[in-house]
Design a protein around this ligand. Structure first.
Ligand code: GSH
Length: 234
């Protein structure tokens, strides 16, 4: 059985959604960062960077979101175009965009003080916000092309087939981009990106995703925690 080490509404959320989509048995190991759980020797043995998420697998503990997601996709022959599929290359390109461009930009938007300290926080946040809007415009344009792996539809009818990891990963990051930037004017408006908005709205209503959102307590404040979360910044 898999063991997912995480914190509700942290980076473990996308792995949680992927596990539920494929119906794999797993246990959620709740970490408490305020108690030093991420810097304990036992956690650093799982992930030397001391970050969430970690997934214990039959092949050992894995960290880095994209690596875990691709591992699950390959092992369960779901959640992505197969390695021999003609659209595998394009899928990998956009997964790399999400992991190397979107993910760092969102983390920097919500923690702008971490790059150069408090004095440069506003300038870092402004520059990161401009970069995030550009990345979202490019993602929105690609989502408009309608490939199943860049949508909230499974690879074939019926739509109960597992989704691709790409919309799951994007939905988690854009939840944070809407709700957590410390400057209110930097909070992303998903309505500016209709293809992404439609994708995330459709994803949010799927039964496996709704189960995860309920388990993580994300319906407490709103019925639309991915497509229109409440603003929680300062
Ligand atoms: N590149 C890493 C990023 C992971 C990451 O930054 N995780 C955040 C939570 S969303 C974390 O653990 N932060 C703890 C900290 O910064 O101390 C991945 O994709 O897994």
């Amino acid at each position: 059985m898999y063991r997912l080490h995480g914190v509700y509404d942290w980076g473990s959320l996308v792995i949680h959604m992927a596990l539920e989509e494929i119906g794999a048995p797993f246990e959620f190991v709740m970490l408490d960062p305020s108690q030093g759980d991420l810097s304990s020797p036992s956690y650093l043995a799982l992930n030397p960077f001391g970050l969430v998420p970690v997934l214990d697998t039959p092949d050992g503990p894995l960290f880095e979101t994209a690596a875990i997601l691709l591992y699950l996709a390959d092992r369960h022959a779901a959640l992505a175009p197969a390695p021999s599929a003609p659209d595998r290359g394009a899928f990998l390109v956009w997964l790399a965009v999400v992991c190397q461009h979107l993910h760092p930009a969102v983390l920097q938007l919500i923690h702008p003080e971490r790059l150069l300290g408090d004095g440069a926080q506003r300038a870092v946040a402004d520059a990161t916000h401009r970069r995030l809007l550009d990345i979202c415009a490019k993602l929105n344009a690609r989502a408009q092309q309608g490939d199943w792996w860049f949508s909230a539809a499974g690879p074939s009818a019926p739509t109960s087939a597992p989704l691709s990891i790409l919309p799951l990963y994007i939905a988690m990051l854009l939840r944070w981009a809407q709700s957590l930037p410390p400057y209110r004017e930097h909070a992303l408006s998903l309505a500016d990106y209709p293809a992404l908005q439609g994708m995330i709205q459709a994803l949010e209503t799927r039964a496996p995703i709704a189960r995860v959102l309920a388990r993580e307590g994300l319906f407490a404040a709103t019925a639309t925690p991915l497509s229109a979360p409440l603003y929680e910044g300062s």
